[in-house]
Design a protein around this ligand. Sequence first.
Ligand code: GYE
Length: 330
Amino acid sequence: MKKLFALALALVMVLGAMSALADGYKVAFSQIGQESDWRTANTDSIKAAIEGHEGWELIYDDAQQKQENQIKALRNFITQGVDVILFTGVVSTGWEEVLKEVNDEQIPLLLIDRLPDCIDQIDYVAAFGGDFVEEGRRQVAWAGEYLKAQGRGDEEVNVVIMEGTTGASAQVGRTEGNLAAIKDYPNMKVVGQQSGNFTRAEGQALMESWLKSIDKIDVLIAQNDDMALGAIDAIKGAGKVPGKDIIIVGCDSVKAAFDAIVAGEMNATIECTPLYGPFVVETIEKLIAGETMSKTVIHPEEGVYDVDGGIDLGTVVSVKAADVIDQRQY
Ligand code: GYE
């Protein structure tokens, strides 16, 4: 009888272990929302990579741009006992408490895209995201160098800066880069600076209001392509020619921006890749294998794309969009 009981117990334990394995390795991802083409490409890249990996299961949460939803999602991940958490924060502040809770539960944390300000106070496995300050610098430098190349380097030009979601590290960094670079071009004067929230609709509305309230706009620096594309509609609606009457520089390098550049309606876009899938998989594989990783934030290599190519920005030379449009993945 005792033997039978021991056998039954062993069977129960084996079945238990098997079902735990069948449940898979749980990768939780707290995504910000769906505000832009960049974000869609980012979600798709990560989803495909995790779901395509044998034995891994994705637990995905879309926070609809709300920090409180992200905090709730992180706490749910803890309750569910996930194996690893991928995190990008809609804004850069206010994460200490919840990320410390993640640390207390010893759930490995992978920081991606918009990194939190408290990065030095928390434990994380690795961090990966765009160099937002450099992207912002490149935006203004592109316009400044382009004007020089057109023989307009001494002409006084009015610049509007359309910012992303206020408080997002992508907005904070790009604004810092935009304003630092403006100092290098004394002919460029900022006459408008406001948030278009990284969306096409708000980019269009903001440009419409600027076109009514500001007499002369020569350059639009839009901190993402979606807002630039919305602004193009506003400029056309006001009877002006986008890309000619107003020079337009976006950021992200999404497909729709390439189309607009090739059509001559937009002048340039600074690349910020959303394709994080391969990085995420590589990092989780290293984590499972017990490898230690560097805590240095990894920035992907990125380019600049425009109508003709050849604009030298010091750290990078622009490439003609039409030459590479067929190879774009997002
Ligand atoms: O530029 C924008 C998106 O955080 C880098 O967020 C990302 C930014 C991207 O909505 O389009």
